[in-house]
Design a protein. Structure first.
Length: 338
């Protein structure tokens, strides 16, 4: 396995001019960990090495990590930790990290990809290929909110409205939007194929609802309009689990009713979570679809296509392992992808 960890440091030359120093760090690195999440988080690369003297890589330095010629990560150093024996850990994040700043937006008739392009432009971020989602927000109003939350809230709403799962990620320096069904691996993960251990969990505790109640303030009547969709069968089985939210007053009745129905379809299920320990495959990251088969789990006795929610890749010397978390075996949380 051929690896490269390239560091670029900007500074001042002896004559006062700008200077770019490029270093290859892979020979001194003890451990590298690359973590991606499908939603709400930037990609993170953490690497540990032994250094003599002062800290070698200052904050803000560029980091690029390649495996077998494939660039897996491009980001910037945000955190540095050093122990007494000189072991130094650097944590770098991709450019999504720069969206963790508050801002306000009032936009009309824009799709998610247009909203993303607008906000990314405000922060000087590089945008790559963005697939068209097909959904337009009638109004989009956010006041003094974290821009990373703004982006992923808009992405979640787009997924619910379209019934399609879209993945936003930083593709080694370019913000990229892809529909999940177009981003998959043929590598089977499971019995007799890569997996060394797993943990399986079922619950209706963390993210399951069988009644959806959406409310809208009505300035004309002075009242609050209420929209409810529920599943009486699962209410009898599990008890009443209610999702409540206040929606934009500019949405019409048909739009809210459709939203209510879509939310119920999405959340009205037993949430199944599977955490896999496996031999590492460099290209697998959160958001990808992968075939999984575990004979001892009833819903996975036959191979199913599942969506990776979180992937952590770890390299220690020549050893390469990964942890994969997948959820919702029936229809990926109620949204069909095939």
């Amino acid at each position: 396995m051929e690896k490269s960890l390239q560091i670029q440091i900007r500074g001042k030359a002896p004559d006062g001019s700008e200077q770019l120093t490029i270093m290859e760090y892979i020979e001194v690195v003890r451990e590298i960990e690359f973590t991606t999440n499908r939603m709400d988080s930037p990609g993170k690369l953490k690497f540990t090495c032994l250094e003599d003297g002062s800290i070698g890589i200052p904050e803000g330095s560029s980091v690029e990590y390649l495996v077998n010629g494939m660039k897996l990560f491009k980001g910037f150093v945000f955190t540095i930790e050093r122990t007494r024996d000189g072991e130094t850990s650097y944590t770098a994040y991709d450019q999504l990290r720069y969206l963790k700043s508050n801002a306000s937006y009032s936009l009309d008739n824009m799709s998610f990809e247009q909203i993303l392009t607008r906000i990314a432009g405000d922060f000087g971020l590089t945008v790559g290929t963005l697939e068209k989602t097909g959904y337009v927000f009638p109004t989009f109003l956010k006041e003094d909110e974290d821009c990373l939350n703004i982006i992923f809230d808009a992405l979640s709403e787009t997924i619910v409205q379209t019934g399609k799962i879209f993945i936003l990620y930083d593709k080694a320096g370019e913000l990229t939007l892809v529909e999940a069904k177009n981003w998959f691996t043929n590598t089977m993960v499971g019995d007799g194929s890569l997996v060394t251990d797993y943990t399986y969990k079922r619950d209706i505790d963390s993210d399951t609802y069988n009644r959806v109640k959406l409310v809208r303030k009505n300035e004309k009547s002075g009242r609050t309009d209420v929209y409810v969709h529920e599943d009486t069968d699962t209410i009898k089985k599990w008890g009443l689990l209610q999702y409540y939210d206040e929606v934009d007053e500019n949405l019409n009745e048909a739009q809210i009713d459709k939203m209510c129905e879509a939310y119920l379809q999405y959340y009205n299920r037993v949430l199944q979570t599977l955490k896999l320990e496996a031999i590492g495959i460099p290209e697998i990251r959160a958001g990808m679809i992968l075939p999984v088969k575990i004979g001892d789990i009833e819903d996975l006795a036959v191979s199913r296509l599942l969506l990776a929610e979180k992937v952590t890749q770890k390299w220690e010397g020549e050893d390469h392992t990964m942890q994969i978390e997948v959820k919702s075996f029936e229809q990926l949380g109620g949204v069909s992808i095939v």
